[in-house]
Design a protein around this ligand. Structure first.
Ligand code: 5AD
Ligand code: SF4
Length: 437
């Protein structure tokens, strides 16, 4: 009988996609996936360390199995693995395998060591020169596929662990990216999401030498692929050619996620973000002057060390100026190894909470007003599922807005398809409507 494994994933889409590759690799090694950790012989946690809370989750999970995990093998993968390394064995002695994302190509080898009785095995090297590629990826979603184009990050934002947990940038060759796009289309996928910590600094290592805008455009020209998204962008490297590509290629979704982090140039400087508020706004103007209506989303951190009330207000004013379609907002969290640890004037927790609440309320108002403009328009929806409770189909527009809709006929085969929907209602976080026949 084949050995069973369970995997739970925390964190970003990069991690979700890494898990798809790890699952494929494990199945390729003869293991069988099960749905609960209780049933499994091998338990994997693919972890996130972007904020302290995310990191604590894995230790909680491991704690649960401290006594009743006998006979199981525990493995910690991902960013916490890379960051904490062998210290994990001290904190959770029942863990046998610790492996960071830059060492996943070694997993089969590490598993052999575990099988032959090794108690503590690690894969923590970051000196990988190429990205982790495997033809064995087991994708979770049958319609939308993740595709890694670049791994790692060469920036050094003062708050961020990623350069330490994912190592330096490694771009895949354009030929391998295009080959994977073709293969995905052949397998029936119609939507591709290009992934990287900083997709804009993609640089084809082969003589073709494509930049990101060229790669994006070419992936968008894959026969059968109707939608291409990408995440995440760094404003410093975000070129106008990306906006031109979106304007000239309908398959590229009209949505850009452009993390700003703060609306104060003083704070951006302390964060080592390498752009000013004005430089960021120039990119927003490119997006707003495009022929297509491009939705814009962002990430914001409140309470970075030294952030004054005036700095915070500059961020609120920036939200007004940009009119984002959505934001992800976070309280600053101290991370090991990062430069921000050495900064003075850390903001008290209650104050960070106050700023976060104000920010989120402010943005909620913006979204209510923005989304109201979609009422009476028709949007093409990529159908993701059906909600039994409400009797509505769940879809997503090219702009990445959730659009729940009714369909006059009870056709069970809408999922994965594209349906034009008339928007009849709008809320802060989603739209609702009726399918157009
Ligand atoms: N504290 C709070 N938020 C953080 N992010 C990254 N590092 C931290 C941190 N130390 C946020 C940023 C980034 C998003 C993925 O997570 O906004 O864009
Ligand atoms: Fe993703 Fe960053 Fe979290 Fe790692 S630390 S899982 S790269 S968000």
């Amino acid at each position: 009988m084949s050995k069973t494994f369970y995997i739970e994933t925390f964190g970003c889409q990069m991690n979700a996609h890494d898990s798809e590759k790890v699952v494929g690799t494990l199945i390729g090694q003869g293991y069988a996936q099960v749905e609960t950790p209780e049933e499994a012989e091998l338990v994997f946690y693919n972890t996130c360390s972007i904020r302290d809370k995310a990191e604590q989750k894995v230790f909680h999970r491991l704690q649960q199995f401290k006594r009743d995990g006998k006979g199981k093998t525990f493995a910690v993968l991902g960013c916490v693995a890379q960051q904490e390394g062998e210290k994990i064995f001290d904190k959770a002695p029942h863990v046998s395998l610790v492996c960071g994302s830059a060492s996943y190509h070694k997993l089969p080898e590490l598993l052999v060591q575990i099988e032959s009785g090794s108690r503590r095995v690690t894969g923590l090297s970051l000196d990988r020169e190429d990205a982790f590629e495997t033809p064995l990826t087991r994708r979770d979603n049958p319609h939308r596929a993740y595709l890694t184009i670049i791994e790692g990050c060469d920036k050094s934002c003062a708050y961020c662990v990623v350069p330490f947990t994912r190592g330096p940038e490694r771009s895949r060759t354009s030929a391998s990216v295009i080959a994977e796009s073709l293969e995905l289309a052949r397998a029936g996928y119609t939507e591709i999401q290009l992934l990287g910590q900083n997709v804009n600094s993609y640089r084809d290592p082969s003589p073709a030498g494509w930049n990101f805008a060229t790669l994006l455009d070419r992936v968008g020209r894959t026969p059968g692929i109707r939608r291409v998204r990408f995440t995440t962008s760094h404003p410093r490297d975000f070129g106008r050619d990306i906006v031109d590509a979106i304007d000239s290629n309908q398959a590229l979704c009209n949505h850009v996620h452009l993390p700003v982090q703060s609306g104060s140039t003083r704070v951006l400087d302390a964060m080592q973000r390498l752009y000013t508020r004005e430089e960021y706004m120039r990119r927003i103007e490119w997006l707003k002057s495009a022929r297509r209506s491009i939705a814009i989303s962002t990430d914001v951190i409140v309470g970075f060390p030294g952030e004054t009330e005036a700095d915070f207000e500059a961020t609120l004013a920036l939200l007004d100026e940009v009119q984002y379609d959505s934001i992800f907002s976070f309280k600053y969290s101290r991370r090991p190894n990062t430069h921000a640890l050495t900064l003075e004037d850390h903001i008290p927790e209650e104050e960070k909470t106050r700023r976060l609440t104000i920010l989120q309320e402010h943005q909620r108002g913006i979204q209510i007003r923005r989304n109201a403009h979609y009422v009476d328009t028709t949007e093409e929806c990529h159908v993701e599922g059906f909600n039994q409770a409400t009797g509505q189909w769940i879809g997503r527009t090219s702009q990445n807005k959730t659009l729940n809709f009714l369909h006059p006929t009870a056709r069970p085969d809408l999922v994965g398809g594209y349906v034009p929907v008339l928007v009849t209602r709008a809320g802060p976080n989603s739209l609702a409507g009726e399918a157009v026949n």
